[in-house]
Design a protein around this ligand. Structure first.
Ligand code: SAH
Length: 358
């Protein structure tokens, strides 16, 4: 965890509502984990009547994509308990995340679960989920979507790409695999402490297909191509590109189950359900309807800008150039993708874990 002196921690998403506006692909993917979360809400042991029921949402970003999952779990809990029973919903993210956008979403979005139920109390925490961030044995239900693919640190440079899944550098691949394994164990250990006995945790994360495919092939080729275009045009130096790395990993069934024993137990957690599936490619579906190649390129470029470009921009020497870098990279990437739109493979994993009653 965060022990490197030479590499920055991953940056948060772009902020100012950019993630809320450009995360349709994520919204479509996480929908498949909502039935798991509803099952978790049915199966979890309820907190004693005198205490609030605590739901934690790890890696919430600007909150838009948390609204439906939280509402789904709350609806199940309301069937199990009195209408005025207090529910505390705690959204967490890194300290630099745009919490203003999160609070505005909770207050104003028409889909907000926080409107219209006076016994639901949202709150937020700005702290890495690779630490324990909530008191021990207080969380009844945990949710995390599209977040644990982010490593705790950049474990090293990727000489031939910005995404490790498409690198041929063996040393780099080994470093990322080791970091991914350590981080997954850390994440699970911290959550195991926070969960109450009988609590449940649902995880939706980027994955690998059973053939080991990370997916997004064309999108990531266009992204790296955009970076090499910027180098060719003198807008980015070789050294800056060499430092650019997105510390995200897909974990397949093998990597997800690695910490668990033959009975699927680890640190008091048990894997109740695990499924690897393909997310819907909403951007391709839109292209099939409108046949607008420029819009297709622009949508994937906006997705990338909102989710990963700020991390790449950390490698730009002069912070004053970061804004121009984001704009140039986005337009280059969009132009490359518009030339020949293709559907993307979107490998995802959904897991439901329970904390053993001690
Ligand atoms: N849950 C939302 C948002 C996912 S975006 C959805 O499903 O669409 C991923 C979020 O994970 C970002 O906001 C990022 O800042 C957060 N994140 C990445 N690493 C984190 C860490 N170590 N601790 C807490 N949040 C983290």
């Amino acid at each position: 965890m965060g022990t490197s002196d030479t590499h920055d921690a991953p940056a948060p998403m772009e902020g100012s509502g950019a993630y809320n506006r450009n995360s349709r692909v994520q919204a479509a993917g996480l929908a498949a984990a909502i039935p798991y979360f509803e099952e978790a809400a049915r199966a979890c042991t309820l907190a004693p009547a005198a205490e609030p029921m605590v739901i934690a949402d790890y890696g919430a970003s600007e909150g838009r994509n948390s609204l439906v999952p939280m509402a789904s779990a709350i609806a199940v809990l309301r069937q199990r308990t009195a209408k005025d029973r207090a529910i505390s919903v705690i959204h967490t993210d890194l300290p630099d995340s745009d919490f203003n956008a999160l609070f505005q979403t909770l207050a104003n979005d028409p889909d907000s679960y926080a409107r219209g139920d006076a016994a639901v109390f949202p709150a937020a925490v700005g702290r890495s989920f690779y630490e324990q961030i909530l008191p021990s044995q207080t969380v009844m239900l945990g949710w995390t979507s599209w977040a644990v693919q982010w490593l705790s640190r950049i474990p090293g440079p990727i000489p031939d790409h910005v995404q490790i899944a498409y690198s041929n550098d063996r040393t780099a691949r080994e470093l990322y695999a080791a970091q991914a394994d350590a981080d997954w164990r850390d994440f699970l250990m911290r959550r195991a402490r926070e969960l109450r006995a009988g609590g449940q945790l649902v995880v939706l994360t980027m994955a690998l297909t059973d053939d080991g495919d990370f997916g997004y092939r064309q999108v990531l080729a266009a992204m790296y191509g955009a970076m090499t275009d910027l180098v060719a045009d003198g807008k980015l130096s070789e050294a800056e590109l060499a430092r650019m790395a997105i510390p995200t990993v897909g974990r397949g069934r093998v990597q997800l189950l690695a910490p668990f024993d033959a009975n699927r137990h680890f640190v008091g957690l048990k894997v109740e359900q695990l499924d690897i599936f393909l997310g819907e490619d909403r951007i391709w579906e839109q292209y099939e309807k409108d046949r607008d190649a420029a819009a297709f390129g622009a949508r994937w470029a906006a997705f990338s800008r909102a989710s990963v470009f700020p991390t790449l921009a950390l490698a730009v020497d002069d912070p004053a150039n970061a804004g121009a870098f984001l704009a140039d990279a986005e337009s280059r990437m969009a132009a490359r993708l518009a030339k020949h739109p293709e559907p993307s493979v979107i490998p995802l994993a959904r897991l439901r874990l329970s904390k053993e009653a001690c």
